[in-house]
Ligand binder design. Sequence first.
Ligand code: HPA
Length: 273
Amino acid sequence: MSRLYDELIEAYDSIKSRIPFEPEIALVLGSGLGDFANNITNQVLIPYEDIKGFPISTVSGHAGTFVFGLIGDKKIVAMQGRVHHYEGYSMHKVVMPIRLMKLFGAKKLILTNAAGGINESFKPGTLMMITDQITSFVDSPLIGENVEELGTRFPDMSNVYDVELQALMRKTASSLDIDLKEGVYLQTTGPSYETPAEIKMFRGFGADAVGMSTTCEAMAAKHMGMSIAGVSCITNLAAGMSSTPLNHMEVKETANRVAKQFEALIKNFILAI
Ligand code: HPA
């Protein structure tokens, strides 16, 4: 067995007795969905700090907890707070929570985030369903010895985001009268925002949105054969596209402004799965 798999099993074993049920769906709550857990009933919380070898977020206001519970009759596990590569964690640590949620039993994964809009038709507050991703600017979480227990050495990435889940997400958005956009998400390492020249390059590469998370998680999940859906909340126009400099306050303000709509989309999507 590989060291990475040993670590994962150790983490699992350290909280095994507290896992209330096998979840069907795993959900990563990004900026903008901080209050989503209020929609989850019959909650059982497992704080990350109780899990052996688990990464703990250093970003203020990012509570780190697994929330097990129900949305309607759907059994879910939500990650309230994720860790980022820019905090200094290796990519292996960053994707460890995703791998653990697969061990809990989740076969479907919903990823959410806040992102800068590169596509010129997007406005701050736009919700964008992720249809594909560019992960070439960050290290792969699959580098190193392959964990055979999780997946194959050379996994296919032709369809990272499940087409059936995409169709369901479109239908859900339309039933809620949400003008859901679609596009390609590109991950950078952060923590600095991009330069205007980088944004121009990313647009040339076909990216519609940029952020500092998600593609590594999707890659690790795809490696394990999970069905993945992703949504970005476009919190700002990317660097060089507006006259004002970027700042975290703007990101948080826009995320809060559209939080209710974002919550409704994710909640109804889960109910429809
Ligand atoms: N760039 C990178 N990450 C982000 C941005 C951005 O413009 N907005 C929110 N997260």
